[in-house]
Each structure stands twice: as C-alpha cells, then as structure tokens.
Design a protein around this ligand. Structure first.
Ligand SMILES: Nc1nc2c(c(=O)[nH]1)N[C@H]1C(S)=C(S)[C@@H](COP(=O)(O)OP(=O)(O)OC[C@H]3O[C@@H](n4cnc5c(=O)[nH]c(N)nc54)[C@H](O)[C@@H]3O)O[C@H]1N2
Ligand SMILES: Nc1nc2c(c(=O)[nH]1)N[C@H]1C(S)=C(S)[C@@H](COP(=O)(O)OP(=O)(O)OC[C@H]3O[C@@H](n4cnc5c(=O)[nH]c(N)nc54)[C@H](O)[C@@H]3O)O[C@H]1N2
Ligand code: SF4
Ligand SMILES: [Mo]
Length: 695
C-alpha cells in the first residue's frame, strides 16, 4: 500500500470543544492510524483518547444507516422515502389539528459539533413553525449567554480566557483536564496549563472535588456547591474596599460601577466564609492577588453554571474581569474574531427580554428557547397547548436533563415522535420514526461555534474522510427533505452558507482557500476589539443590570439557611462524552466509571464501605450505584457522572448496555433552577444515601 496523499487525511475531531486537528491514515477503506496533527495551529498535535474513538463510531455495528420505524417494541428498517412520508404526514396533521405549538423540538449537544446539523436545522423548524424549542443549552451554558446579552449586547459575545498569555487563571467549577476546556476552545489543556506555570503564572481552582485539574493547580480550594457567587461577591467587596477597582482602558465605557460597589459592600469575606467553606483570610488574599497580578482572568464553567446561581456567577465573573481591567485585554478575558463570525451584521441594542413563558410553570424563554427542565411537564400536563409531538435532533434528554425519568415516561404519551439520530438510545427508543444521519468521519464540517470560543483565531475546513453509501443521508439533507414535504421554502446548503460567511467575514477567506491549507489557517493571537465591537444600544457596558442586582436577594437568603447533610454534584472523565460515547469499545475498558464518590467522613457517617452497593435518594427519585470512598471529595458532597443508565429496555447500544451504570438525572430535580436564567441546577442536589449491603 502506498503512502500517498489519497490515504492521508487531515481533519478536526468534532467530539468536544477542543476541536483537535487530526492526521488520519486510511488503507483498504479502514483507518489504520489516527493521531494529533502537529501542524494544526490551534491544537499543535494535541489529542485525547476519545479522538481514536471516532474509528469505533465509524465502524459501530449499532450505528443505524437506514430509516427505522417502531412497531410496538420492534423496529423495522424502511425505505427513506416511506419514512419521510410518514414523518411529514404525521407532523403536518398534528400541526393542522392543534396548531404549530403542539410540536416541540430538542437539539442536543452534537448539533453544535456538526455544521450541517446546526446550520440546517432551522429549515425544518421554520417549515413547521416550531416555537416550542428546547436544547441542551439550558442544562449547560445558558447563564453565559444571558450575561453576554445583558452586558455586551449579544448572547454570543462571550469572553474567553486568554489562557496562553495570562499570568493568573482563576477558575470556578471547571475541570479542563477531563473536559479539555469548555467555552474555552484550547486543545492540549495540560500543556497550556503547564506552560502558564512555567512562565511564572498561577492557576487557582475552586471545586468541591480535588480533580485532575486541581492536581495541576497552584492552589485548590474546596468550595461548598452553589456558593461560588458568595466568594465572587466577597472578592469584589475586598477589591473595592482596598481601592483596587479599576476598569482600565474600558473605564470610560462602563456604567454602574457605583451600583456594583454598593451591592457588594454587604458581602465582606467574614460574612460568607462559613457558608462557602473557605476562610475570610483566604478569600481576601486571593482577591488581592487577583486584582494586583496582570494580566489575570476569572472563569467559571459547568460547576458555576448548572447551579442555582449560575447567572449571578457568570455576571460576577465578568465584573471581576472588568473591574480589574482584564476585560478585552491580552492575557485577560478576550473576544475571538472567527472567520465565520456569527456576530457579523448583528443589530445593536436588541432587547433579549422574554416574549413568552412556558404553559405549566410560566418559565421565561431566552432567545427563542424554553428551559428544558420544563419539557416533561409540557408534554404530560393535559390541557390546551399541550405538546403532542416532539422532534429530537442529536440529543438524549432522558439521560441529560433533570428528572429524565419523568421525561422518559412523558415521551410515551406523545402522539408522535421523530428522532434524527444515528442510535436507538434511551430517548430515541420512544420515537415512531428514527432518521439516522451520516456522522463523524463521514461529514464535511466547519466549526462555526467553537472558533467563537477559541483561544487563537484559526480556521479549518474539514472534508469527509469516508464517502457515504447511496442509501445514507446527512442531517441537513434530512431537514431539507422533510421541510420540502411540509411545504417549506428551500434554503442554501450549509456549504454555500459557510462559504459566503467566510468570504464576508473578518478574514475574507473561503472554503477553497481553507482547503488549500489542510492543517488550518492561522490568523494569530486574540486581539482587543472593545468598545467598537460592543453590541449594546449605547455602545457601553452596564455592569449593574437590574435583573442581576435583583437576584442577589435570592442568594442572600442562602447565607443563613441550613446546609444540607449531603449534596450531589456531577463529574466528567476523560473517556466519557455525555451520554453517547459509551458504545465505543476502546473507551470502556478498565474499571466501571459510574460510581458514587464519597468523602471518608460521610462514608463513616452513613455506614458505607468502599465498593458497597448504595441507594441514592433525592426529592424526585432513587437510583442504585456503587460507592467509592475518596478523600478528594469535600465532606458533605458526593459525585456521580452523568450520561449513564443504559439498562433501559429497547436500547440498542450493545457495549453501553454492558456498562449500564445509573442515570444521575433520575434524581436531579427540575424544580431546582437558576431562577435568573432558567438553567437547570444539576449540581448541588440534596441527597440521602444508604448502604444496600447486608451485614
Ligand atoms: N447531571 C448532569 N446532567 C448533564 C450534565 C452534567 O454535567 N450533569 N451535562 C449537560 C451538558 S453540558 C450537556 S451538553 C448535555 C448533553 O445532552 P444531550 O445533548 O441531550 O445528549 P448527548 O449525550 O450529547 O447525546 C447526543 C446524541 O446525539 C447523537 N449524535 C451524535 N452525533 C450526531 C450528529 O452528527 N447528528 C445527529 N443528528 N445526531 C448525532 C448521538 O447519537 C446521541 O444520541 O448533558 C447535560 N446533562
Ligand atoms: N471527557 C469529557 N469531555 C467533555 C465532556 C464529557 O462529557 N467528557 N463534555 C463536554 C461538554 S458538553 C461540556 S459542557 C464541557 C464541560 O466542561 P467542564 O465544565 O470543564 O467540566 P466538568 O467536569 O463538568 O466540570 C465541572 C466541575 O465543577 C465542579 N462543581 C460541581 N458543583 C460545583 C459548584 O457548585 N461550584 C464549583 N466551584 N464547582 C462545582 C465539579 O466537581 C467539576 O469538577 O466538557 C466537554 N468535554
Ligand atoms: S480533546 Fe479529544 S475529544 Fe476533544 S477534540 Fe481533542 S481528540 Fe477530540
Ligand atoms: Mo455541554
């Protein structure tokens, strides 16, 4: 076999936000070698074990290639034409009989990792006039968008840590060594964090668990779940009290400094120390160090977003960056300028005030989407406006949203469900029709979303490694065909839209030009762009939005509230990826990973031995797991990964079902929300645990 260019492919991994460049050798129709591409200007050869699992996905015998129809509990493969006909006819009939609001959609996480899926989806939703839209955003980064809209004028104008140039990286509730970075596309996190420390910079981490990332940090502070906003308020109090607040270059564009000063004055470190579990002296020291080290950046991710005060956390993190002069500065929190710029042509001064609320609980929408914590009740609660049909695209909300068990049951009550997904998983097993797209190495892809979060301005076009069979379809083709049958207007293909956007974008490039640079184009380090790039009505930043100030009352009430005996938080591990990579054999070797971590004190307190089977109860349900005693956990806090629970009948994931685990979201509580943003509070669930071992 020759080693010619035909057999060597360069493309980015699309499994997580790191978008590592890969070098893939194909011989005889199979991948024989897959490794990091050292010439990718962003990832420089970085790769993680999941990258190679693209091969498992490609070769997975459980991955569907033909359309499926469910008949009772049986599945039959049917011709695509027939599947499109049934889906269009049923959805059309439900919309005619009950109006478009009887149909809801749920977009899962891989949507944003496949440009054909993300750019194509609108066609179908428009054809059906779907307004009941849900997605994984409200179990994830919704607070970041709400705060970006309020402060900077657009939900996608998100500040990203300039990790390669900062001297002080202050992180709350993130585990970049496992996640490989989130809302911070920075492949090779281990090397980047090591480089930070090698140049004399510091990495401080607040997390209730001593994580893989904590092992690399200068300081790790165990913080009580849900109390981050109190630490941030106290840090700001110290910064003002010591006269260290300074907006730097942007000071003249800031409004509301005095309101923030007044609001934080009520939170000296002594007032919050007990609640957060960190001494006042430590908080004060960290605040001063943060404000006096240049450049510095504060950042918070899942632990600081999917909790009851996610919105306050993201607001206060922005305030910390702004009031120490680190916003939009080199080494601070910066705004990438991607070649496909979603902000290009965005209007200034758009108000993101909610127009609609959910029927049952009255939860506000944000940017055209409702909180997914409301989906099950919107299906299950009888009455006018009930959701009768659901379209899921690239998602598994039964395992990924709070009280997924209730959603699991609610889905049985739908009149019709369509899933656009390559697998029959815990959610799609309820569908009447499954339309499986070509995925992964079979797709062409441009990372529209993650270049927006990247720590360097680069761009790459990804051609498919493998052609698809005549029988297969891409997501966007599925959307187009359904839309056509429903009378929708045809739209430009994702490729045409990407090409146009690249040509119109800040770097004036094109797909052809990117193709000529198979490792990707490098447009250099991030640069400052404020105040010009702000999209607020007056081109200024109001750092004291009234909604955020008002929400402080809710936080205030927690300071004196009793601390629950035991709360549950989540955990990501390098070889998991949400719910859907558990069918990749190479990722599932080794000890079972769906275990409940408990601090030794708690294990003692509740009489639980290492390795014991345990029952875990919350206000909404119970699961069984296996306890692991681990002093990395903060006392009073237990941890369980999400995305497991593959034991359910009818799931067609042979490898995953052999490692079923339990679903943490069978016990997370949809009534625990960040009231400010509608994001689910997946972390900090009060639980009780007891041993199931007979003694
Ligand atoms: N308790 C708890 N719950 C959590 C989290 C947590 O930390 N704790 N994390 C939350 C977060 S951050 C997220 S993002 C969500 C994820 O939640 P979801 O997005 O609902 O679930 P995934 O597990 O990502 O499911 C992805 C599905 O997409 C399919 N898929 C993969 N590629 C493609 C493609 O190209 N096209 C199509 N059509 N389908 C594809 C897969 O087969 C799989 O069925 O989970 C959330 N849930
Ligand atoms: N290997 C792997 N990589 C992934 C994924 C995956 O499933 N597996 N998923 C991808 C996705 S969709 C996302 S959104 C990102 C997420 O990326 P990250 O947010 O970096 O990853 P998590 O592991 O969820 O980190 C959250 C941390 O918050 C801590 N925590 C929990 N509650 C609190 C709290 O109240 N306060 C504080 N300070 N900390 C708390 C947890 O212990 C945990 O270490 O990862 C992405 N990358
Ligand atoms: S870190 Fe791993 S999963 Fe994420 S893009 Fe890189 S190789 Fe893929
Ligand atoms: Mo996510």
């Amino acid at each position: 076999m020759t080693r010619d260019a035909d057999t060597l492919h360069f493309r980015a991994c699309n499994l997580c936000e790191a978008i590592c460049g890969l070098q893939i050798r194909v011989e005889g129709g199979r991948v024989v070698d897959l490794r990091g591409d050292p010439e990718d200007p962003l990832s420089r050869g970085a790769i993680c074990p999941k990258g190679s699992a693209l091969i498992d996905l490609h070769e997975d015998p459980d991955r569907l290639k033909s359309a499926m129809r469910r008949v009772g509990s049986q599945w039959e493969a049917i011709p695509w034409d027939e599947a499109f006909e049934i889906a269009a006819e049923r959805l059309g009939a439900i919309a005619n009989a009950f109006g478009p609001d009887a149909i809801a959609s749920y977009h899962g996480n891989p949507t944003v990792h496949n440009s054909g899926t993300s750019l194509g989806g609108g066609t179908l939703l428009r054809a059906l006039k779907v307004r009941n839209r849900y997605s994984a955003t409200s179990v994830d980064q919704l607070p970041h968008h709400v705060v970006a809209a309020a402060l900077f004028g657009h939900p996608m104008l998100l500040p990203i840590p300039d990790i390669d140039r900062t001297m002080f990286f202050l992180a709350f509730g993130a585990n970049p060594l496992a996640s490989q970075g989130s809302i911070m596309t920075a492949p090779g996190m281990r090397e980047r964090l090591r480089a930070l420390r090698a140049r004399g910079g510091r990495f401080l981490l607040f997390d209730p668990r001593r994580t893989e990332s904590a092992a690399l940090a200068d300081e790790h502070h165990r913080i009580r779940p849900g109390s981050d906003a109190l630490v941030m308020l106290a840090m700001l109090q110290v910064i003002f009290a010591r006269g260290l607040a300074n907006g730097g270059r942007l000071e003249a564009s800031l409004d509301g400094i005095e309101s923030v000063r007044a609001a934080v004055a009520a939170y000296p470190p002594e007032r919050v120390a007990e609640r957060v579990g960190i001494t006042a002296g430590e908080i004060e020291r960290i605040a001063i160090a943060f404000a006096t080290t240049k450049p510095a950046v504060a950042y918070g991710r899942m632990g600081a977003s999917t909790q009851e005060f996610g919105g306050l956390c993201q607001w206060l993190l922005a305030a910390l960056n702004i009031l120490t002069g680190n916003l939009d500065e080199i080494g601070g929190a910066m705004f990438p300028l991607p070649a496909f710029d979603l902000l290009l042509g965005a209007k200034r001064g758009v108000a993101y005030a909610p127009q609609r609320r959910t029927r049952v609980r009255g939860l506000a929408e944000f940017n055209g989407e409702f909180p997914v914590a409301a989906l099950a009740e919107e299906i299950a609660t009888p009455g006018d406006g009930r959701i009768r049909a659901l379209i899921t695209i690239a998602g598994n909300p039964v395992l990924s949203t709070p009280n997924g068990g209730a959603l699991d049951r609610a889905l049985e009550g739908l009149d019709f469900m369509l899933a656009i997904d390559p697998y029959i998983n815990e959610t799609t097993r309820h569908a009447d029709i499954v339309l499986p797209p070509a995925i992964g190495l079979e797709t062409e892809h441009y990372d529209v979303v993650f270049h927006h979060f990247a720590v360097r301005n680069t761009a790459r076009w990804n051609d498919p490694v493998f052609p698809i069979d005549a029988e297969q379809r891409y997501d966007w083709q599925i959307f187009e065909e359904l839309a056509r049958r429903l009378g929708g207007a045809p739209s430009a293909s994702p490729r045409e839209r990407i090409d146009r956007a690249l040509q119109a974008g800040p770097w004036k490039t094109s797909i052809d030009e990117l193709r000529a640079s198979p490792h990707g184009r490098d447009f250099g380090a991030l640069t400052s762009s404020f105040p010009q790039r702000l999209l607020t009505a007056d081109g200024r930043i109001d750092i004291a939005p009234s909604a955020m100030l008002a929400d402080l009352a809710r936080l205030e009430s927690t300071i004196a509230a009793p601390i629950p005996d035991l709360v549950l938080i989540g955990r990501r591990e390098l070889r998991n990826n949400n719910s859907w990579m558990h069918n990749a054999p190479r990722l599932m070797r080794g000890p079972e990973r769906c275990t409940l971590l408990l601090n030794p004190q708690d294990a003692d307190r509740f009489g639980i031995a290492d390795g014991a089977a345990v029952e875990v109860r919350s206000a909404v349900g119970r699961i069984e797991s296996v306890a692991r005693i681990d002093d990395a956990m903060m006392p009073g806090v237990a941890s369980l990964p999400h995305g497991f629970g593959h034991h359910r009948a009818g799931v067609r994931l042979r490898v995953a079902s052999a490692h079923p685990g339990a679903s943490i979201n069978d016990i997370t509580d949809p009534s625990r929300l960040d009231a400010l943003t509608g994001n689910a509070a997946l972390n900090g669930t009060p639980i009780e645990v007891r041993s199931l071992e007979v003694r």
